[in-house]
Ligand binder design. Sequence first.
Ligand SMILES: [Zn+2]
Length: 266
Amino acid sequence: MLKFDDKIAVAVSGGKDSLSLLHILANLERKQPKSTVVAITVDEGIRGYRDEALRMAARTCRELEMKHYVFSFKELFGVTLDEIVKRQRQKASRHLTACAFCGVLRRKALNIAARNVGAYRLATAHTLDDEVQTIFLNMFHGDVWRLAKEKPVTDEVHPKLVQRIKPFCEIPERETALYAYTRRIGFQSRPCPYASEAFRTDVRVMLNRIEEKHPGTKFTIFNSMEKLRPAIEMLAEKEGLVECSKCGEPTTEKTCRTCQMLEQLR
Ligand SMILES: [Zn+2]
């Protein structure tokens, strides 16, 4: 995933996974003088939650003497997640969950952030647990295209898209937690206030129950997916990426999902 002269932006939320990843990559960076690691945090604008996480991320970066860049939804998209949720809840008609908005906007924000700091690669701290949950979520949503594309190292498909890597994809979440505890890394342990709305929570509970009864299941699912992926990729339509007519970011449609969502809010 990494090269000796890489410039890596680590997506840091302030939770145990991302701060552990930051520590490990900082250690590797010291051994590779030509490499650079910087931290980027996306501030979605979740009052009473993200501000605490931001402080923890900033503190770790100071300890590691690492550059830390913060990009907010407000600056990038003109609206905070709290404001989005408020507007959505006022609507009588069917509304999207906070996580549906946040997922799309955060993905875009991270790419813009990584590109702006000049990173060659964007490292995210998705663990084995996250990866397996995503496999199921994509299946439950019937999203075969995502199933094929959500892989540990993304393809380089567009000059404006920074390659994403997931160094923890085969590390169970329990082990990143253990690492953070043994290294005495201070992290935010409270879940996001909007997380209970997410389908992902149900999938997590289901998978943890199965894993408890049948240890090793998560690894098996992950490995099965790795073997299946080449076949699924052949089925999934080739993505023809164009630049969004509104914001200029790469998208498969005329207008990107972020711009569509922001338009819908107005
Ligand atoms: Zn757009």
